[in-house]
Design a protein around this ligand. Structure first.
Ligand SMILES: Nc1nc(=O)c2c([nH]1)NC[C@@H]1CN(c3ccc(C(=O)N[C@@H](CCC(=O)O)C(=O)O)cc3)CN21
Ligand SMILES: CC(C)C(=O)C(=O)O
Ligand SMILES: [Mg+2]
Length: 292
């Protein structure tokens, strides 16, 4: 459906450096829509979601073929430096969404609704989701909660906005959940299953399960018709998500147990900054070739 192929670069000079605005990838790749994710579940094809918070990283991840990018409220931690996701606001997130959407011509871009912007009522949730679509140009929104936010999910989807749900450990409720903890153990299993079914019935196109025992996450994945996206929820989910800085080794300090580092970007970048500064101090940069 409507695979509007990305326009090619219209740069005046072939050799001009590209600082922005250019398409991230060759044309012809499919623009990902929710029905593609549904089809992948039917085919048993796993997919990867990553967070992104700006244009430049969104381009790289779109080029890498990541089908879904999440502008997470984890921006609270990795962009703004807050301790939790509780303080981040709609106005701090929307500009990040705009950058990611411009950088990702193929990926489905999902925007996290921040704490305090949707819990009060279906009306509040729809108003917030609408801002992320109109001002952020997001393709879908995500919110935390199961049964308790089913009316919100129903109202947003009824307005034509796809919703990704998020159950299990929901970081915005860290204070109510008694810390960063695995959910769905023991008695919690029944509630987790009820939450999964509630969000599917309310119209969610997909659901994130965070820090849920692998076996339970597998059961839920088989029970649901919509794709599940795990983070600390085992390999039987239909998809996986990680915060990109965690995945790339660009987060400082201790990371959660579910994180695997696929690169050491932080070390690389620190090294580049130090090497640059050394050359400036030594007078070896800029050289003649960098001068006019
Ligand atoms: N960089 C980053 N990565 C994330 O995955 C992430 C964020 N930020 N910010 C928002 C939330 C917060 N998340 C978190 C934060 C801490 C733990 C954590 O400390 N987990 C313990 C759990 C111990 C247990 O219950 O067994 C761990 O060791 O994994 C988990 C998820 C996930 N999200
Ligand atoms: C970790 C993912 C699922 C998230 O909600 C976020 O990055 O905010
Ligand atoms: Mg989040």
């Amino acid at each position: 459906m409507s695979n509007s192929s990305a326009p090619s670069t219209s740069s005046a000079s072939e050799n001009a450096p590209v600082y922005g605005g250019a398409p991230a990838a060759p044309a012809k790749r499919t623009k990902i829509r929710t029905h593609h994710l549904q089809a992948m579940k039917a085919e048993g094809e796993r997919w990867a979601m990553l967070t992104a918070y700006d244009y430049s990283t969104a381009r790289l991840f779109d080029d890498a073929g990541i089908p879904v990018l999440l502008v997470g409220d984890s921006a609270a931690n990795v962009v703004y430096g807050y301790d939790t996701t509780v303080p981040i606001t709609i106005d701090e997130l929307i500009p990040l969404v705009r950058g990611v959407v411009r950088g990702a011509p193929h990926a489905l871009v999902v925007a996290d609704l921040p704490f305090g912007s949707y819990e009060a009522s279906a009306e509040q949730a729809l108003a917030t989701a609408t801002r992320f679509m109109k001002e952020g140009l997001a393709h879908a929104v995500k919110l935390e909660g199961g049964e308790r936010v089913a009316p919100q999910i129903a109202a947003i989807t009824a307005a034509g906005i796809p919703v990704m749900a998020h159950i299990g450990f929901t970081p915005q409720s860290v204070n109510g959940l008694g810390g960063f903890r695995v959910q769905g153990r023991g008695d919690g299993a029944e509630q987790l299953v009820a939450d999964a079914i509630a969000v599917q019935e309310a119209g969610a196109f997909s659901v994130v399960m965070e820090m849920v025992p692998a076996e339970l996450a597998g059961q839920v994945t088989r029970k649901l018709t919509i794709p599940t996206v795990g983070i600390g929820a085992g390999v039987e989910c239909d998809a996986q998500v990680l915060v990109w800085q965690d995945m790339a080794g660009y987060t400082s300090g201790r990371t959660a147990k579910f994180v695997k580092r696929f690169a050491a970007v932080g070390d690389e970048l620190r090294g580049a900054a130090a090497a640059y500064a050394d050359e400036v101090r030594a007078g070896t940069f800029p050289a003649a070739e960098h001068s006019f």
